[in-house]
Write a protein that binds this ligand. Structure first.
Ligand code: NAP
Length: 284
């Protein structure tokens, strides 16, 4: 909590003639909020997503709000990690100083592991493991060249407390945390301490993939994005950027494991798509 006394360190990554940020999954939700907040902080932004029409509409909106910033869209379906090299080619000539790996398998439905198609697993693993790994492999050399630079990997509390009915999605967030921690240390031991790499643990946020109304413990996507950018100055590898989420995470760590599991199971049972009469979508 004490790191919150310090202001965001995001300005550190705005240097040279023009600084660019790339936000994956920038056409909606937290990613779109991050594009807005980064533009407001003086960054030009590459908005990545899979839907050209939606991306162009976000780009037009941003151009009106931030007329002095530059924006470019990059269309690449993250279920195909081989496209990561095309993303790298699109940004190679720019002074890229920030990469936000925000895209996750948010299309996932809540259902029992044994009733999930193999294809669903493949998509979740392609985005949550393959895409982030190969995009990072493609872009880390650029971030090393342009340091000081920043990579933020957007995670979830499901990594800390894996709930039932979301096993593979939760596992991809565990992978993301391990990838983050290893690369963060690797930067320090390969003479690149100015490449900052962080995992940001997110709890419930009101977005397209989590349609519950916003409130104190469930911020809007824009508010969440502000918290993420604000937490960059923390200097920590693992951070819970939104303060009410951090309070909730303390409570979850204090409670006995069985209580946390039964709370999660109670909520998710009601939202299983594989049980007749139950809900749809996830809240993670
Ligand atoms: N919302 C929450 O409660 C919550 C909680 C914990 C963690 N998170 C994490 O936060 C991140 C963002 O979640 P969100 O709630 O903002 O999601 P969202 O509102 O569903 O937005 C997801 C973004 O990713 C894009 N995307 C999805 N699949 C893609 C693909 N195959 N290729 C390219 N782009 C793709 C979407 O594109 P389209 O516009 O085309 O759909 C959209 O721009 C994810 O990593 C998620 O795991 C969210």
């Amino acid at each position: 909590m004490f790191w919150r006394l310090f202001t965001s360190g995001i300005d550190r990554y705005r240097h040279g003639e023009e600084s660019w940020a790339l936000v994956t999954g920038g056409s909606d939700g937290i990613g779109k909020g991050l594009c807005e907040v980064l533009a407001s902080k003086g960054f030009n932004v590459f908005i990545h997503g899979r839907n050209q029409t939606k991306l162009v509409s976000v780009l037009e909106e941003l151009k009106v709000t931030y007329p002095t910033r530059q924006f470019e869209v990059i269309v690449a379906d993250a279920t195909n990690p081989a496209l990561a090299s095309e993303v790298a080619a699109a940004v190679a000539q720019k002074n890229l100083t920030i990469l936000i790996n925000n895209a996750g398998y948010t299309d996932t439905a809540i259902r029992a592991f044994v009733l999930t198609d193999h294809q669903e697993f493949d998509k979740a693993i392609a985005i949550g493991v393959g895409w982030i790994t190969h995009l990072t492999r493609e872009l880390l050399p650029l971030l090393m060249k342009n340091e000081p630079s920043l990579m933020v990997n957007v995670g979830s509390y499901v990594q800390s407390h894996p709930p039932p009915f979301l096993a593979v999605y939760s596992a991809t967030k565990g992978y993301t945390l391990a990838l983050t921690q290893s690369l963060r240390t690797e930067m320090q031991y390969t003479s690149h301490p100015n490449v900052e790499i962080q995992y940001h643990e997110i709890h419930s946020v009101s977005t397209h993939s989590n349609r519950k109304a916003p409130g104190l413990t469930r911020p809007t996507a824009h508010r969440m994005a502000e918290a993420i950018v604000g937490a960059v100055g923390s200097g920590r590898g693992f951070v819970v950027p939104y303060w009410p989420h951090e309070l909730v995470s303390w409570v979850l760590w204090i409670l006995p494991e069985g209580v946390v599991n039964s709370l999660a199971a109670g909520v998710l049972q009601d939202r299983r798509v594989d049980v007749e009469g139950k809900g749809k979508g996830k809240d993670d």
